[in-house]
Ligand binder design. Sequence first.
Ligand SMILES: Nc1ncnc2c1ncn2[C@@H]1O[C@H](COP(=O)(O)OP(=O)(O)OP(=O)(O)O)[C@@H](O)[C@H]1O
Length: 406
Amino acid sequence: MHGHCSLLTATELGPDDFHFSSMNATEDITRYVLGGYHPVIIGDILRSPASSSSYRVMHKLGFGSYATVWLAQKTDASRAFFAIKITIADGLSNRETECLRAVLRECSSNIVTLADAFELHGPNGVHSVLVTDIVAPILSLLSSERSPHWRKKVAYDLTNAIAQLHASGVVHGDLHLGNVGISMPQLSTQDPEDVMQDLDWPELTLVLPTDHRSASPSLPAYVVAPCNMAAYYNKIIAGQGKHEPHAKIFDFGNAHRAGTQPTSFQCAIEACAPESVFARVVEQNENPPIEVPADVWALGAMIYEIFYGSSLFRGVGIRGVMSHMVSLAGAVPSQWEAHLLSAPPPDADAWWGSRRDRLRKACIDDQDTEALIGLLRKVLVLDPSFRPSAKVICRDIWFQKYRKIT
Ligand SMILES: Nc1ncnc2c1ncn2[C@@H]1O[C@H](COP(=O)(O)OP(=O)(O)OP(=O)(O)O)[C@@H](O)[C@H]1O
């Protein structure tokens, strides 16, 4: 791709201002500017003044709107692998570190462990760096071969994580399956050389400004496509016989103390709580509060997706979501009524009935399916004050049955 722009400053660069050697699923290079991503190349060493540890970047794990995430190896004799999240330099991202620290005090095993945290000063500003354990992204692991027990264990882990999070006074604020992974303790028992050999070789896309005068220390020499950690996970569990997953949640970029406002409103449509959608669409509130029950709705949405195989509101925009929510929940809060005059009367029994066969395929038996639907119908209610707490959900009959079996 060739551009014709002769602009000189990195902040004014657009995608047409670069030559690309290949196009992959990588972050937007125009965000490598002041206040944006930190430029990283494979082999970079990041030093933590906090712990005096150093980490060598070996591969890419992923990226989001607020960060790039790298597979790194400690440079000491342990050569242990970690995930290193380098946030954008927006001056706000240290909230994530604070929230993870608060949660850590509760010793939650279903939340990524914060092993180290420090600030990184680079050409684009000051970035927060979070060093955590590595997980395999669950969305790449939810194939039809997963057993009902595997799915239920993940659902239980997520419920447990959220109960622990809420017990420490923290609201996650952006729960969806894109922020869930399966723990990989096996990484610490494998020979590090073997791990690197088993991962796909880093795929690089050169970042070459069309005009050499646009070259800037803000830009990395290349961007890296994330490695396929899910394929690696499948490979290492293949020889393990019966494998029980251990799910963990990550990305606390929108986490905040209960009763306080998140930095910004961020909500994956498939897991966005009805009260947030109502505030956004009807009350035109750009930054609605996100409280504990919103996480519980998101939990219900995630459990539904783990078993149904696709998300609650696939392909529905934020405006259409309200009528879909009414259909599945049945009871309509009084403040919603005035805004739903043209909607058909909700028939939640029919909504769930039409999904029963597909849910059954992922469940143990008919009874298990009914118990799952019963639980989801208790959780996915429009009025946040009627939603059970995650702690109560942990004790639900659907989980009790599971706990007896294993
Ligand atoms: N601990 C981890 N282990 C493995 N991969 C990870 C880990 N943390 C993050 N990733 C990968 O990096 C991606 C981006 O991470 P994360 O969601 O924390 O960034 P973000 O910028 O806050 O995202 P968003 O735009 O959703 O807010 C994830 O989708 C995941 O693929």
